[in-house]
Design a binder for this molecule. Structure first.
Ligand SMILES: [Ca+2]
Ligand SMILES: [Ca+2]
Length: 422
């Protein structure tokens, strides 16, 4: 039975049981009138958005609604404004108060792009950056008290004597937003490694005022085991104070030989971290070929990699893994085929009321923006937007105006604003 059929089978089964939201999400607005008719009639009919064959055809999801969600549309009309062009592999966009935007470029530049699209000169004061492959200047985030401290945080791959590693630095942005001062690297992933893949990373501040950040496991076979090793930051999500010190209530602070910054383990290459309206943390990671994951991140939990995973090697080889194991967390949702997820944003603005509470995820492989409808920690609908533009979406953030801002991953990268259609 193909994955497609399994998903449909689950929906039908749960319709019979008459309960689960995983199928009723289709009623939000089904893709076509046939499905809509079935859904509004109370039927469990659900047309998954994904209809291509799965890479790991023999695998079955652990629960209903875990993959191939119903295709939905909120019917939202929006304009896409190309705010700026000519950004070189922009990696992150971070809206500033007042409408301007901070943008990182992977080759190692941080710039302000004005609300009207003027691209500023590179901001001075960044530390040395290792630029190769997936390495470079990565995420940027504002301090929760940016209005008063003008402080920003960024992640980057750091050149080291014995290779390189992801690091997080902070600095104070000058009033004219042209230079950084008081620059300090507050966190360094260990061990270092001489490679150019799976650095992560994303920075997100929690409602607790703590800095959460995600890191990849460096991809190569000998490195994958580190995702399960508590004496390493590879393949982990960490939680630190904004000054880099360790909060006393982190899960491993009392475990000898464990890195006290660790919040969760068993991640492959997580490039999205986002808090929802309730203050819960979600992570999205690049999986194997057929194993991109959306995870609900909880303190001290193990998300499986490199022992538990969906999908297969990109070479087509089977993975030496299982899809489920006691003591590891299942993804809330996974994609097979993959979307190659980048940044993510829980939408909370007033500009698009119909999108409130939805999760937006950048997709690089198929060059689109994913919208997920999530109810009770289940994905109940999926929509793909912007696929007509054929650009790899590298990050998505909500601005103070409620618009969504995106950057695209290419040599001549663009910054887009999605705003309500005029
Ligand atoms: Ca960011
Ligand atoms: Ca996992």
């Amino acid at each position: 039975m193909s994955r497609h059929h399994i998903a449909r089978h689950f929906c039908s089964a749960f319709f019979v049981a008459g309960s689960l939201a995983a199928c009723s999400g289709a009623v939000e607005k089904a893709v076509d009138s046939t499905t809509l008719a079935a859904a509004s009639a109370g039927g469990g009919a659900c047309t998954p958005l994904e209809t291509r064959e799965a890479n790991a055809n023999e695998q079955a999801p652990a629960m209903a609604g875990q993959t191939r969600a119903c295709g939905v549309t909120a019917g939202v009309q929006f304009d896409v404004t190309v705010v700026a062009k000519g950004l070189e592999f922009p990696w992150a966009v971070e809206p500033l108060p007042g409408g301007d935007l901070l943008v990182t470029e992977k080759p190692g530049r941080l710039r302000v792009v004005s609300a009207t699209g003027t691209i500023g000169e590179p901001i001075s004061g960044l530390p040395k950056i290792f630029v190769k492959g997936q390495g470079g200047l990565l995420d940027v985030a504002l301090s929760p008290s940016f209005d008063t401290d003008n402080t920003i945080f960024w992640s980057y791959s750091e050149p080291r004597a014995n290779g390189n590693g992801t690091a997080i630095a902070r600095g104070v942005l000058s009033a004219d937003r042209k230079r950084l001062s008081e620059v300090k690297t507050i966190f360094r992933v260990v061990p270092s490694y001489d490679g150019d893949k799976h650095f992560g990373s994303r920075i997100a501040f929690g409602p607790d005022g703590m800095l959460y950040a995600s890191f990849g496991e460096r991809s190569d076979d000998p490195m994958r085991k580190y995702a399960q090793m508590k004496d390493s930051h590879l393949g982990k999500i960490i939680r630190i104070q904004p000054d880099g010190t360790v909060p006393s209530d982190n899960p491993l602070v009392n475990e000898s030989n464990a890195k006290p910054e660790i919040w969760s383990i068993g991640h492959r290459n997580p490039q999205a971290l986002a808090f929802d309206a309730s203050g819960a943390l979600w992570g999205i990671e690049h999986g194997t070929n057929g194993g991109d994951e959306l995870n609900f991140i909880e303190k001290g939990k193990n998300y499986g990699w490199a022992e538990v995973a969906y999908g297969e090697e990109y070479s087509g080889r089977a993975l030496p893994t299982v899809t489920a194991r006691e003591g590891t967390e299942q993804p809330v949702y996974y994609w097979d085929p993959v979307i190659a997820p980048s940044g993510a944003q829980w939408y909370s603005g007033d500009a698009f009321p119909a999108w409130k509470g939805n999760l937006f995820v950048g997709g690089m492989k198929d060059k689109l923006l994913v919208r997920l409808v999530v109810e009770n920690n289940k994905v109940t609908g999926e929509e793909h937007l912007l696929s007509d533009r054929k650009q790899r979406v590298r990050d998505v953030r909500q601005g103070p105006d409620g618009a969504l801002y995106l950057v695209t991953d290419q040599k001549d990268g663009e910054l887009w604003r999605l705003s309500p259609k005029k």
